[in-house]
Design a protein around this ligand. Structure first.
Ligand SMILES: CSCCC(=O)C(=O)COP(=O)(O)O
Ligand SMILES: [Zn+2]
Length: 211
């Protein structure tokens, strides 16, 4: 019997899944210079999350720790991601959120500086990648929040966005993208779709500016 308030076998499995996926994202160049953070829901009170400051391209099991939904480390002396509150607020609010991915890709960072308030994604077949979106005819607003080092301030702004309707992710200015889903596969699909569509929007801007 484990004295831990979570299932260590489940943590081991989730850590393996996180490590494999984060390595792929790092290979794509979406996690430069120790940036980015990642988590998976462990149970109704705990999440597995990356330790702060670790090189996301070289993650090992020791780089994944457990926090409760108040952001407190559980069974670890490591410091959880500086952005833990942006993860736990989603787990608290949405019992069906199972995985949260935060990356700092080039496209995400440039887009977050060019577009103010939100990026309107419209007219793309790939919009159907977002859960619940059945048609390319719908439009999705990807909000852009001002960056802040004060996580409660950022989290309060995110709460305001979540109050307005369904959301699959948001950008933070000059910083990066948060995307989530019911599990790793869905969160990856949303992250990949946002990345692709932001690349398209940036290309369209370039083409429109040149001609
Ligand atoms: C060097 S990137 C600055 C912090 C950041 O934005 C990030 O995503 C990584 O922070 P963490 O504490 O999760 O390593
Ligand atoms: Zn970040």
């Amino acid at each position: 019997m484990s004295a831990l308030p979570y299932d260590p076998q489940r943590l081991h499995e989730l850590a393996g899944e996180l490590i494999a996926n984060v390595r792929e994202l790092a290979q794509l160049g979406w996690t430069p210079a120790t940036s980015s953070n990642f988590s998976s829901r462990l149970d109704e009170r705990h999440a597995a999350i990356t330790v702060s400051g670790r090189d996301k391209g070289r993650l090992v099991e020791d780089d994944i720790m457990v926090v409760d939904f108040d952001g407190r480390a559980v069974g670890s002396d490591h410091r959880p991601s500086a952005e833990t509150l942006l993860h736990t607020q989603l787990y608290r609010r949405f019992p069906d959120v199972g995985c949260i991915l935060h990356t700092h890709s080039h496209n995400q960072t440039v887009a977050s500086r060019i577009f103010s308030r939100s990026v309107r994604l419209k007219g793309y077949e790939l919009l159907k990648a977002f859960r619940g979106n059945e048609t390319h005819e719908a439009a999705i607003e990807l909000p852009v929040l001002p960056n802040s080092q004060d996580m409660p301030t950022l989290a309060a702004k995110v709460e305001g966005l979540l109050d307005r309707g369904p959301l699959w992710g948001y950008l933070i200015q000059g910083h990066g993208l948060y995307a989530w889903g019911r599990d790793m596969a869905e969160a990856r699909r949303h992250l990949d779709a946002f990345e692709f569509l932001l690349g398209c929007e940036l290309d369209l801007r370039r083409i429109t500016t040149v001609h």
